[in-house]
Ligand binder design. Structure first.
Ligand code: AMP
Ligand code: ZN
Length: 470
């Protein structure tokens, strides 16, 4: 089997990847700042993390993934102050929306979703370690800063030149431009606004709150250990966020913080980065109201490699909706087919090899999806022959199921709510079993139970099918 390869932003090359312990991938994905519902640009990055974890699992690794919820930072405090709310009151409903949107898009949940405000003790601890090493210092404004000239590796990820580092100068904002490569705030002394919205905690340096970069370092190391396997995020996080995460973590531990840095490219609309500031955002809610299925969104996001920019357009969405309609029809036909041909075993094996190889090749989802459509064409052609080979059919089903365990692009049947479908499928299986043992009374009872939910069953030459009539 070919090895698993990933592009590492740190070395700027595609490298073979395996978890350090040979078994479980410790993966940290920078999560949403929860003051607004995440937009589809954010979700492109989260779907990239989803593709990563599912591909790693397909390759046989276990995955332990952490995605943080940034529930205290400059933007959240600004929002809370404007609305005269506490930060909790701002973030709580947005976290609820994030979970709902994540589930709508079928993103496999990470193992942990830590909230920054639950890790203040760990954050203070990390600052204290840096202070003891003489790398963090408290300035006149009472905030604690990271002295970038005390950490020789500073700027390695984003290729900052030592000439560009303004040593001794300080920047207090969470986000700042490369031209401002200065000492950055680890712990910010509390302002009256911070106190008013519940964003201030006790610390050895007085009342204050953590900086954004510090949050991720503390949560990642607390939950995954001092060296993690993979750290992901969007390309805009390379500087300053990830640069500062590396500086804080490595200066404290003396160990590499992440073995692989993986960054997803932007989602654009009309050629511009989708961003709240630009005013060109769409949300999952927008898609839902336009009846765009999660399957279509996933198909669209996976149709471009994660390291290339992707433009969101009506035409592209339409094409993905059409593509997943074909996948859905195929899934129905494959499930209902009573038999196949021996040739299906070869078709399945070819697909399986190509699909796996594509994903092992730096998560080449467009190639994997293309292989799926070739497979669909081949299988359809074989099914048209109406054979009775069960082994071939089983191989095709198995290959399709494991591919869809990564892509998850079979749309829900129209007009059927998500919770009903599995129940219906279960009833259909039970009915088939009842008929198999010639227990027609039981089979009839199942049919009646289905009809009560508005589902009619049709027995066809290819097997039983169901549809919703009301
Ligand atoms: P934020 O909530 O702003 O911290 O962003 C959450 C994630 O979304 C980060 O990993 C960002 O890099 C990513 N992100 C923001 N805008 C876009 C975009 N237009 N396309 C892709 N990813 C984005
Ligand atoms: Zn982060």
């Amino acid at each position: 089997m070919p090895e698993f390869r990933l592009y590492n932003s740190m070395t700027r090359s595609v490298e073979p990847f395996a978890p350090a312990d040979g078994e479980t991938v410790r993966m940290y994905a920078c999560g949403p700042t929860v003051y607004n519902p995440a937009h589809l640009g954010n979700f492109r990055t989260f779907l990239f993390a989803d593709l990563m974890r599912r591909s790693l699992k397909l390759a046989g690794f276990k995955v332990r993934q952490v995605m943080n919820l940034t529930d205290v930072d400059d933007k959240i405090i600004k929002r809370a102050t404007e609305q005269k709310k506490t930060v909790r009151e701002v973030t709580e409903p947005v976290i609820g929306m994030f979970i709902a949107d994540r589930d709508y898009l079928r993103i496999e949940p990470a193992e942990h979703y830590p909230r920054a405000t639950d890790f203040i003790v760990e954050m203070v601890d990390l600052v204290r370690r840096l202070e003891m090493k003489g790398i963090a210092y408290q300035a006149d404004d009472k905030s604690v800063y990271f002295a970038i000239d005390r950490f020789p590796g500073y700027g390695r990820l984003s290729r900052l030149d030592t000439r560009e580092l303004k040593t001794g100068a300080r920047v207090a904002q969470d986000d700042y431009a490369k031209e401002n490569a200065q000492d950055f705030a680890l712990w910010k002394s509390a302002t009256p606004d911070d106190e008013a919205c519940g964003a201030a905690w006790d610390s050895p340096w007085g009342r204050g709150r953590p900086g954004w970069h510090l949050e991720c370092s503390a949560m990642a190391m607390s939950l995954l250990g001092e060296t993690i396997d993979i750290h992901t995020g969007g390309v805009d996080l390379q500087f300053p966020h990830h640069e500062d995460e590396i500086a804080q973590s490595e200066a404290a531990t003396g160990k590499p913080f992440a073995r692989f840095w993986c960054h997803g490219e932007f989602l654009l609309t009309d050629g511009a980065k989708m961003a709240k500031r630009v005013g060109n955002v769409s949300t999952v809610e927008d898609l839902r109201s336009q009846q765009v299925s999660a399957a279509a969104v996933r198909h669209l996001m996976f149709s471009t490699h994660y390291r290339k920019q992707l433009n969101l357009s009506g035409a592209a969405l339409e094409a993905s909706m059409e593509a997943v309609r074909r996948v859905g029809d195929f899934a129905g036909r494959l499930a209902a087919a009573p038999g196949g041909t021996p040739a299906l075993a070869t078709v399945a094996e070819t697909f399986r090899a190509e699909f796996d190889d594509a994903l092992r090749d730096d998560l080449n989802a467009p190639r994997a999806q293309a292989a799926l459509f070739v497979f669909i064409n081949h299988v359809n052609a074989e099914l048209d022959k109406r054979g009775s080979d069960v082994a071939g059919l089983a191989a095709a089903r198995e290959a399709f199921a494991r591919a869809d365990a990564v892509l998850n692009i079979v749309p829900e049947r129209e007009g059927v709510d998500a919770s009903l479908e599995p129940w219906v499928e279960q009833q259909m299986l039970a009915r088939k079993a009842a008929r198999g043992r010639r227990d027609f009374a039981a089979a009839d009872q199942i049919r009646k139970a289905l009809e009560e939910k508005g589902i009619v069953v049709e027995d066809t030459a290819e097997g039983a099918r169901w549809k919703k009539v009301r």
